[in-house]
Design a protein around this ligand. Structure first.
Ligand SMILES: Cc1ncc(COP(=O)(O)O)c(C=O)c1O
Length: 501
């Protein structure tokens, strides 16, 4: 007995010795996070990491314990103030979604539950994810018997969709032999030249090789040239290749251009190709009654990739892929070893093994955030917010059009605006340096955080609006900032080598 007692004393867990102290710290941390989001507008849109924070990140492995309050103080002082910034109302870089305050609750619960997201476990997380997937199918007008999976983001969703296209179209057992271009024609995928880089990455990772990606030119509005696509398919067939898949963009990353989805679906049907849609953010225009028609035809895709962490304002990370044929989906990924056996009863009797539909086995309970957010707000409210973002893009476009100092660089198709500062005294070849410097100063002065791109060889300041906190006054401040900084730089001159890479 005495021996057992001694053993018990040596056995420890990582639970706190003092639960009450953790409770107090938790309450304080939660209050701090509410305060942080409530007052985020008062913070700069971006600020560089100071030396003290960098020093913290140089510290070695913490072999001894540090009091929890002290660790939290370090987080509060050196980590929290330096986010990517997509929580800020004047953040419009890349395609950054904002998240919502309500989802803090879901994060707390998901972290406490720490479910493994397996799906074949008979637990609440399996049903929450399946219910969320069903809601998403309904909201996007996709068939209700389609299969789906939450993934890390658009890149992974594209990978999964293009993988199903590969195994479904290949006229041989590709899962067994691997991609075989010695005995079989090369599978060809078609996408416009402005398609997101994750598509090329997926095609390379799938072993198809970038030679299997036929990039098709775009029209003046950056949508795919359908005639050129049809010519490319014909030429590839004539050359003994096997056209396999068309990738449609429902919102390109540069300009939010939307490919003619019905036309692409018609071409895919005529040519018997798979149609994959990269609707990373644009798909959610479907939620707005006013703008749903922008993405008409999206529901005809064989596979559909989109991000909840972009235009559904879900906290990172959360993407989704839907596949019209659940059977083809499963045929691509299913591997069921004996140690993952499902049973009729008990823990392993859940509704469906998610690992048979994608790459991951264990996954976080990310579904709870979106589930909580959609329930709390209702999808109609989300539709309004998305519509507001599109109207704000139109508003910014008008501000640019109305200013002789600014030039629109692309038609505003939906929620992304591209423009640059111009000045009669600045030759065209110097506009890139000038506008890059304007962009750096917008960030460094904490005014706003747009990103940049290159359109038809010209540098552009790029404003992507998936931000529910942005208001008209934020875009007025952006325009005023660009004009003020541009004028200042033209007057004093810029260091032309500063932004060279
Ligand atoms: C059109 C498009 N596709 C794919 C992606 C990749 O998404 P993620 O960053 O979630 O992997 C993005 C990201 O901006 C995108 O805009």
């Amino acid at each position: 007995m005495g021996h057992e007692q001694a053993n018990d004393n040596r056995e420890r867990s990582l639970d706190p010795d003092d639960w009450e102290a953790l409770r107090d710290l938790g309450h304080r941390a939660f209050d701090d996070m509410i305060e942080y989001l409530q007052t985020i507008r008062e913070q700069p849109a971006w600020q560089p990491l100071p030396a003290a924070a960098r020093e913290l990140f140089d510290e070695g492995v913490p072999r001894q314990s540090t009091p929890r309050d002290e660790v939290y103080a370090q987080i509060h002082e050196h980590i929290l103030p330096y986010p990517t910034g997509n929580v800020h109302p004047r953040f419009w870089s890349w395609v950054g979604g904002t998240g919502t305050a309500t989802q803090l609750i879901a994060d707390l619960v998901a972290s406490a539950m720490n479910s493994a997201g397996l799906g074949f476990d008979e637990v609440s997380s399996s049903y929450v994810e399946l219910q969320l997937l069903n809601w998403l199918k309904t909201l996007l007008g996709y068939p209700t018997d389609a299969s789906g999976l939450l993934v890390s983001g658009g890149s992974m969703a594209n990978l999964v969709g293009l993988a199903v296209a590969r195994t479904s179209i290949a006229p041989y057992d590709l899962r067994k032999t691997g991609v075989d271009t010695s005995n079989h024609p090369r599978l060809m995928y078609y996408a416009s030249t402005v398609t997101h880089s994750s598509v090329r990455k997926a095609i390379e990772l799938l072993g198809l090789g970038s030679d299997s990606l036929h990039l098709v030119p775009v029209m003046d509005d950056f949508t795919i040239n359908v005639d050129a696509l049809q010519d490319a398919i014909g030429a590839d067939r004539a050359a003994g290749k096997l056209p396999a898949c068309i990738i449609a963009n429902a919102g390109t990353v540069n300009t939010a251009a939307i490919d003619p989805l019905h036309q692409l679906a018609d071409v895919a049907a005529e040519e018997r190709l798979w149609l994959h849609a990269d609707a990373a953010f644009g798909g959610f225009a479907k939620l707005s009654p006013e703008y749903a028609h922008f993405v008409d035809g999206l529901e005809r895709a064989d596979s559909l990739a989109f991000d909840l962490h972009k235009w559904l304002y879900v906290q990172y990370d959360c993407g989704c892929v839907l596949i019209r044929s659940a059977e083809l989906h499963k045929d691509t990924f299913s591997v069921t070893p004996e140690y993952l056996r499902a049973f009729d009863r008990g823990l392993a009797s859940g509704p469906l093994n998610f690992s048979e539909y994608g790459v991951q086995l264990s996954r976080s309970f990310k579904a709870l955030r979106a589930w909580t957010a959609l329930k709390t707000e209702g999808s109609d409210r989300y539709g309004e917010q998305i519509g507001q973002n599109i109207q704000l893009a139109a508003y910014l476009t008008r501000l640019v059009d109305d200013s002789p100092r600014l030039e629109l660089m692309a038609p505003t198709a939906m929620n992304i605006v591209n423009f640059r500062f111009i000045d009669d005294a600045v030759p065209a070849k110097e506009l890139e340096d000038l506008n890059a410097e304007i962009l750096m100063l917008l960030h460094e002065r904490g005014i706003a955080a747009p990103s940049s791109t290159v359109l038809n060889g010209e540098f552009s300041i790029r404003v992507a609006i998936c931000n529910h906190r942005s208001r008209r006054s934020d875009f007025a401040a952006l325009v005023a900032g660009v004009i003020e900084i541009g004028t200042e730089l033209v007057t004093r001159g810029i260091d032309r080598n500063k932004n060279k890479h």
